[in-house]
Design a protein around this ligand. Structure first.
Ligand code: SF4
Length: 369
């Protein structure tokens, strides 16, 4: 059953006015829900919170945001920091390109705008990693400019309220943006922007929306037609694939482990990880000889562990190895290093690697060393 396309808006601007007024008059509203970035007018902090909130729930973001702002209280601190430190503070939050872009954009703001966050939508939108919705949120929340947002929460609310269900994603998005533009309050846009995000996060939730407690229920298409489960229209669900790899935990006689910085593109881009190995165990020593000029001996195979990504599951086979006595383990490439696992770690690393290092700390070095 499709949603009645005649209910799709743009042609009914009065419904946008109704929506906006109902939302702004929300009795039980607690704009910002007490979140640490709510009511921020510092564009730097709004920007950091908006980037962290992409694909991530607010409750997960809170400790990351607080640690990040404590370490980098101003954009200049972020711009001056080494990327490794930024990635370390991002470890566990996922989608690491967000952290790399944040760092790159901070440098751009310092170089191009003398460290003062740009105020125009076009300049904010042009920063690395900032999309239209994020730029809209920054301009609305920090500068009070009535620029619409269309994050996951706003998209869900608009699709349900206005019954927007076009089959083609491009047509659907065009309608959603038009509605978002028409609805965004011109004078109370900070409050409006905060409230539309709050409504999607707390009332108009993906499952079991609380229509009885919703401030806009009187005009909502999905609520009136029992169509909340059909809206927003879901994209085609991709079959989740499973990939497999082995991670080789090579220790030298000082107990340091060999880590390699991953390329910027691809999963865990820029993070430090154990070298991956996809060949057969008989070829492991040869491969390490060629790749790192290291002679290694395999000691143990650990039980496989699994790590979930949005589109696939990664099965990781950990292999514990050691550097043979006659090789020094001195490496000259800047993207590989033997690192002590006892001292505090100052580099970003994928969660499974951090977990494996934790386990390694309890394992004595092989006495044959
Ligand atoms: S009435 Fe229900 S479906 Fe409509 S916006 Fe409110 S919570 Fe969402």
């Amino acid at each position: 059953m499709n949603v009645d396309p005649k209910r799709n808006l743009p042609d009914q601007p009065e419904r946008c006015t109704d929506f906006s007024q109902l939302l702004l008059a929300w009795d039980n509203a607690l704009p910002g829900r007490g979140l640490p970035w709510a009511h921020e007018s510092d564009p730097y902090r709004v920007w950091v919170s908006e980037i962290m909130l992409q694909q991530t729930q607010a409750k997960t973001v809170i400790p990351y945001f607080e640690r990040f702002i404590e370490r980098f209280p101003a954009i200049i601190d972020l711009a001056d920091a080494p990327l490794d430190e930024v990635l370390r503070l991002w470890t566990g939050l996922g989608y690491y390109s967000r952290a790399r872009n944040l760092h790159k954009a901070a440098r751009q703001v310092v170089d191009q705008y003398a460290g003062i966050f740009p105020r125009s939508f076009a300049e904010v939108f042009a920063l690395p990693g900032v999309g239209r919705s994020t730029a809209g949120a920054i301009c609305a929340l920090a500068f009070g400019v009535p620029t619409p947002i269309l994050d996951g929460n706003a998209k869900r609310v608009y699709a349900r309220y206005f019954g927007i269900d076009d089959e083609k994603e491009s047509a659907r998005m065009r309608r959603l943006w038009r509605v978002a533009e028409a609805c965004t309050a011109k004078t109370e846009c900070q409050k409006y922007t905060q409230l539309i995000m709050d409504l999607g996060a707390t009332v108009c939730t993906p499952r079991n929306p609380a229509c009885n407690n919703c401030p806009v229920s009187s005009g909502c298409y999905a609520s009136e037609h029992g169509a909340t489960h059909m809206l927003p229209r879901k994209g085609q669900r991709l079959q989740r694939k499973t990939k497999s790899t082995a991670m080789v935990m090579v220790r030298n006689r000082n107990g340091e482990v060999l880590l390699e910085r991953r390329p910027a593109a691809g999963i865990w881009g820029g993070l430090w990880s154990f070298p991956e190995f996809d060949g057969t165990l008989e070829n492991l020593a040869d491969e390490f000889g060629q790749r790192y000029q290291l002679e290694i001996t395999l000691d143990e195979e650990w039980e496989e562990l699994s790590h979930e990504f949005t589109h696939f599951r990664l099965k990781i086979k950990p292999l514990l190895a050691r550097v043979a006595e006659k090789t020094s383990g001195n490496l000259t490439r800047p993207d590989i290093a033997f690192i002590s696992i006892d001292s505090p770690f100052d580099r970003g690393m994928p969660v499974p690697v951090a977990e494996l290092i934790d386990r390694l700390q309890a394992i004595p070095i092989n006495p044959e060393h």
